[in-house]
Design a protein around this ligand. Structure first.
Ligand SMILES: Cc1cc2nc3c(=O)[nH]c(=O)nc-3n(C[C@H](O)[C@H](O)[C@H](O)COP(=O)(O)OP(=O)(O)OC[C@H]3O[C@@H](n4cnc5c(N)ncnc54)[C@H](O)[C@@H]3O)c2cc1C
Length: 462
């Protein structure tokens, strides 16, 4: 069907003001933050409610035109990128909180709200929605559910899936389903809502989400620990968790990441010491327990070769010690002409083994590999850098480097992605993790919901 004809048909479903047809305005919908393009969006629809989504999806089904749900386009695995000429359905206008239920500690929301806005809104009521992806001020909560996003606080508080209690979904053929609700326990039938969490926009359009909340912690203290050796930093992670202290975050930066941050920040670094640093946040409702946790961490660190400890309680100093970690994305961009980012996850006691193997890969292929990330949950961000435009070695070897990283992670008992998802780029590695049968079962679930394969087709599985 011609683009103009599609446009004319869709005008019967939603106001033409909310359909993007002009090719120059479609630019930003070609890709997500991974930056690659594959095909073009036919047009973009901005529905305001679930009924419009149902009709848009029914139309796509009738005409067999691929349809792609899109939040704010910050994804890193290509989930929102059209692989074929497609209709994009954006949630940008569906950004309202439907209800904050203070008695039940629940919030129900539309999918398009920016995650940080939702967090701030509930915090103003002394309530806490813990998941904190680094992109929280630009991504949507629906995108977070579709990717099962997490952030530094996953060590203590878990990821998005741990808070989703209810979901409303429009299926790929335009039916409305509702799973879960405002209950903290639910043993009624299959745990269906979890199939949609992390399904990367391939099984249905999430139109409403109910999240559980916590009371807002009163105290929050940060620690920066610098270690003489990388394995001692990862040893410390295991020992701290075993001691019964549950930090909200345990972030890891190896020396090369610290050097990159220093080049970016100049003399604004709180500490440059050590082969590796850990950044911890201890939070809680009881000051005495928070103080005792800090004493325990201090004791554990003193038994290892910890060369610097900084404790930050006031906001300014906290900002200062987090600055290096927060600057790493920009620091990597500044020092390279191109980079590949991986977010494999391994059991926490395999972290130093993973990093050792990455250093060997770096030597083998002569490509800089810099790691940092969420040490407390074994999810490491691996940055493979191309430093110069004319560096042919990078292009020649990058595919081998990526494959070896996936193999190493799986061998260590890990997985391909901790938070960014499979999308387009990691489909070819799924066989490392799943047997033929395990893949077939997942494909059959997709087929059952999307018999004509028009809903975000060919993502996750090749
Ligand atoms: C600088 C930076 C830092 C980041 N840090 C983190 C981090 O710390 N942790 C982390 O987990 N991720 C991180 N990300 C990745 C990204 O922000 C998350 O994956 C986020 O959840 C994507 O949300 P979005 O609204 O931008 O979704 P999009 O990119 O628009 O879409 C992502 C996927 O979700 C699907 N989708 C979106 N909305 C819906 C819906 N309503 N129904 C069904 N499917 C839907 C899309 O089809 C697509 O497959 C980071 C990204 C950047 C650029």
């Amino acid at each position: 069907m011609e683009r103009k004809k599609i446009y004319n048909s869709l005008k019967n479903i939603i106001s033409e003001k909310r359909i993007v047809f002009d090719e120059s305005l479609l630019e930003k919908y070609y890709s997500d933050e991974s930056g690659n393009r594959f095909s073009f969006p036919l047009l973009v629809c901005h529905p305001e409610n679930e009924e419009e989504i149902v009709e848009l999806i029914k139309f796509s089904n009738k005409e067999k035109i691929p349809v792609i749900p899109r939040g704010r386009g910050t994804g890193l695995s290509g989930g929102a990128i059209p692989l074929y000429p497609s209709i994009i359905i954006s949630t940008e206008l569906m950004d309202k909180i439907i209800e904050v239920d203070r008695e039940n500690f629940m919030v129900t929301t539309q999918p398009g709200i920016i995650t940080g806005d939702l967090k701030r809104e509930v915090e103003s009521l002394e309530l806490f929605y813990p998941p904190d992806p680094a992109s929280l001020d630009s991504c949507s909560i629906g995108g977070n559910v579709a990717e099962n996003s997490g952030g530094p606080s996953a060590v203590k508080y878990g990821t998005t899936k741990d808070y989703v209690k209810g979901l409303k979904i429009v299926t790929p053929i335009g039916e409305i389903l509702k799973f879960g609700g405002k209950v903290r326990k639910d043993a009624t039938g299959y745990n269906m809502k979890d199939i949609f969490i992390g399904s990367e926009g391939t099984l249905g359009f999430i139109t409403e989400i109910t999240f559980s909340l916590l009371p807002l912690p009163k105290y929050s203290i940060d620690l920066l620990l610098a270690f003489e050796r990388i394995d001692e930093a990862s040893n410390a992670v295991v020992k701290i968790i075993h001691s019964g202290v549950f930090p909200q975050t345990i972030e890891f930066m190896e020396k090369r990441a610290l050097e990159a941050a220093k080049n970016f920040l100049g003399n604004q670094m709180a500490s440059q010491k050590g082969e590796a640093q850990l950044l911890l946040r201890i939070d809680g409702y009881d000051r005495e327990i928070v103080d005792k946790s800090i004493e325990k961490i201090d004791f554990i660190s003193s038994k290892l070769r910890c060369v610097d400890i900084l404790v930050a309680e006031d906001k300014n100093f906290q900002e200062k010690i987090w600055k290096a970690r927060r600057s790493l994305h920009d620091a990597m961009v500044m020092m390279s002409v191109k980079r590949e980012r991986e977010d494999v996850v391994v059991p926490i006691n395999s972290l130093s083994e993973l990093i050792k193997n990455l250093h060997l890969l770096e030597e083998k292929y002569k490509i800089p590999i810099i790691t940092f990330g969420h040490a407390g949950d074994g999810n490491v961000h691996i940055n493979i850098l191309k430093l110069k435009e004319d560096d042919k070695n990078f292009e020649k070897n990058i595919e081998n480097v990526l494959s070896e990283i996936m193999e190493i992670s799986v061998k260590l008992g890990g997985k391909l992605s901790g938070e960014h998802g499979i999308g387009i780029y990691k489909r070819k590695y799924m066989k490392l993790v799943f047997s033929e049968k395990e893949i077939e079962i997942q494909r059959n679930i997709k087929k059952l919901l999307d018999p004509d394969n028009i809903f975000n087709p060919d993502k996750i599985f090749l």
